[in-house]
Design a protein around this ligand. Structure first.
Ligand code: AMP
Ligand code: ZN
Length: 135
């Protein structure tokens, strides 16, 4: 398969490995937002998070916790951003599920997302739309 992260999993492309177990892998991003920026991936290929079966999600969550703890301790960061981009519209470039673990230092100046507002009645509308999508 022509997926760059699957190639890393198969050892066809090198990576700076942080952690590996039977079903998951963590390695440093080659384009770090901050030093120590780590990616956590399932070994089973899936394009986006919602495509994963529940067992893979559990495995990924367990590794994410472990790796987040390692990254915070190992880098001495004050905090972390744990991020997941879903589809191109949200900034996903590599079509293989990956959590970002990004070390943050107090006052590091990295921008965070803007906070918006809801007009009167809008919050109820959006709640209804999203709750109505429960399958
Ligand atoms: P995203 O924009 O959420 O798809 O993030 C893709 C991430 O993968 C970025 O952090 C890239 O720097 C990283 N990346 C892409 N190719 C590689 C690679 N060969 N080894 C390590 N990280 C990679
Ligand atoms: Zn893949």
């Amino acid at each position: 398969m022509d997926c760059i992260f699957c190639k890393i999993i198969r050892g066809e492309i090198p990576c700076a490995k942080i952690f590996e177990d039977e079903n998951t892998l963590a390695f440093l991003s080659i384009g770090p937002i901050s030093k120590g920026h780590t990616l956590v991936i399932p070994k089973k290929h899936a394009e986006v998070y919602m495509d994963l079966d529940d067992e893979s999600i559990n495995d990924l969550a367990t590794t994410l916790k472990k790796v987040a703890t390692m990254v915070k301790k190992g880098t001495g960061a004050d905090g972390l951003n744990l991020g997941l981009n879903v589809h191109e519209a949200a900034g996903q470039v590599v079509p293989h599920v990956h959590f970002h673990v990004i070390p943050r230092i107090n006052g590091d100046g990295l921008s965070t997302w803007p906070g918006g507002t809801y007009e009167d009645g809008e919050i109820e509308e959006w709640t209804k739309k999203i709750k109505g999508a429960l399958e």
